[in-house]
Design a protein around this ligand. Structure first.
Ligand code: BES
Ligand code: ZN
Length: 478
């Protein structure tokens, strides 16, 4: 295997510029799943992937998912499913990624145009979706191409599933995966997802856990239209005042969730688990570098990692309908919708969390004695996931990391969410591994998102090497 991998690696280096070009084309398509007006771009991005895959000789299908729930005028973007290779003697690996991205506007504070890949002299490649998740998704395509051009036999049959709604809670995908588990995905021996990041900038990791995410809206309305605060201030119940007060009861400055009962759902920490945090290559400086500040909640690394991985958190995201432009408009907004989400962990069940949230918000609003109307609802929910890192899928990935990066990876959990991870595990009954490409400073979801050229190119080597090692790894179904 060694000499074969060497010629594959060499070919990846030779093709590096064309792989960057492929990423440039992908970043140029603003496939923002949360913005209705960009839905055609999301579809275009799916078609781009499909056409690239067909050019590589893969069998590709664009599968419709029907209408978007609560937005009947909008068709969900298709799932791109593909198969490369059909050799019954080889293992079959199912990979998942997403081709949609978070919104991005230059005026948010980007130094460069968000949908133009901009490479600086240090090899940092800026652009929305570069690390989350277009770089890693293209990584699989690039791995196929480099095998072909190097004349190296592809070591596995590759099944691919790329979706366009991940950043919006993967709407429609659970049912699709459950449907296809015994059809398109039936041959899968293991699953690999490249859609997360290293904890720092130097040490790679393999990830075996994610938090879930339950995303809520609170709508408060009263007046028939926006009002002049000089004329109506002091005469009417104001929706924004009510909303701020209700939202103010959710979480405190120290990050404690104030909704009664939430913390009782959390699995207690065991001594075994506690002992895992000390050995992880992560420093408070890693945190401060990616925060861009020293505003951390905790002074030590262990508690910080626990706060990210194994305790729930509640974040307040924004208010629709509120005055947010610069200047000083004296308006009373007639209807405002506050958004917040809870990152969930073992053993929190989605329905139990919902019930506690609804009860609490209803009580908090009732306590205001306002004549306005209030509604609270769940926008989307994804479950947490924790797997066994002792499985052969992880062993193989560990060998690939050592081969490409020269170090043993840390085994980590993560604070973010990929809603279908657990679905893949349960529907296929196979082990799922998260194999990241990017690093902690990539700023996914933020301004100036980037992927380092080194992480992209070595990452392509890593994905290919993983397929070689996973093809050969002896079976142990731990
Ligand atoms: N790539 C992230 C998931 C992620 C984030 C993994 C941080 C590890 C660390 C993914 O694209 C994402 O952002 N997912 C959303 C899902 C949500 C909308 C349910 C997230 O976590 O906010
Ligand atoms: Zn992502």
């Amino acid at each position: 295997m060694a000499p074969q991998l060497d010629s594959y690696f060499k070919q990846v280096d030779t093709l590096a510029e064309s792989f960057i070009d492929r990423l440039r084309k992908a970043v140029a398509i603003p496939s923002i799943s949360a913005a209705d007006e960009h839905r055609p771009d999301v579809v275009k991005m799916g078609e781009f992937l499909a056409s690239e895959l067909r050019n590589l000789g893969a069998h590709v299908e664009l599968r419709p998912l029907g209408k978007q729930p609560h937005k009947e005028h909008l068709e969900l973007p298709p799932v791109v499913v593909a198969r490369y290779g059909e050799d019954p003697k080889k293992r079959t690996i199912l990979v998942y990624g997403h081709y949609d991205v978070q919104p991005a506007l230059k005026e948010d504070g980007w130094a460069t145009e968000p949908f133009t890949l901009s490479v600086d002299d240090k090899g940092r490649m800026y652009g929305r979706g570069s690390t989350d998740d277009k770089g890693p998704v293209l990584g699989w395509l690039n791995a196929i191409e480099a095998h072909q051009k190097a004349g190296v036999d592809f070591p596995v049959n590759l099944l691919m599933c790329f979706e366009g709604m991940e950043e919006y809670g993967s709407e429609g995908l659970d049912d699709f995966i459950n449907e296809e588990a015994k059809k398109f995905f039936k041959d899968a021996d293991a699953v690999c997802i490249s859609d997360n990041y290293w904890l720092g900038t130097e040490k790679p990791c393999l990830t075996y856990g994610l938090r879930g995410c339950s995303y809520y809206s609170i709508e408060i309305s009263g007046p028939g239209q926006d009002l002049h605060s000089g004329v109506f201030g002091g005469t009417a119940h104001e929706p924004m005042t009510d909303l701020v007060r209700v939202m103010g009861t959710l979480v405190d400055t120290a990050g404690n969730i104030l909704i009664p009962g939430i913390n009782d759902l959390v699995a207690p920490m065991t001594d075994d688990e506690k002992s895992l945090y000390g050995g992880i290559a992560f420093t408070m400086d890693n945190l401060y570098e990616s925060l861009g500040s020293k505003t951390g909640l905790f002074a030590d690394k262990e508690r910080t990692l626990m706060g990210r991985w194994r305790y729930p958190s509640l974040s307040i995201h924004g208010v629709e309908g509120a005055f947010s432009a610069p200047g000083a408009k004296t308006v009373i907004p007639a209807k405002v919708v506050g958004k917040f989400s809870i990152r969930t962990v073992p053993d929190m069940e989605i329905e139990d969390v919902d019930k506690l949230v609804y009860d609490h918000v209803n009580k908090a609003f009732a306590a205001l004695g306002s004549k306005n109307n209030m509604k609270v609802w769940l926008q989307h929910a994804g479950k947490w996931w924790v797997a066994s890192p002792k499985h052969w899928n992880f062993t193989a990935a560990g060998k690939a990391v050592e081969r490409v990066w020269g170090v043993k990876p840390d085994l980590t959990r993560e604070g973010g969410s990929i809603p279908v991870t657990l679905t893949f595990e349960q529907a296929t009954g196979k082990n799922v591994l998260l194999l990241p490409m990017g690093s902690s400073t990539d700023a996914a979801h933020s301004i100036n998102e980037k992927l380092d050229k080194r992480n992209y190119i070595e990452g392509i080597k890593l994905l290919g090497a993983y397929l070689h090692y996973v093809a050969e790894e002896p079976t142990n179904e731990a």
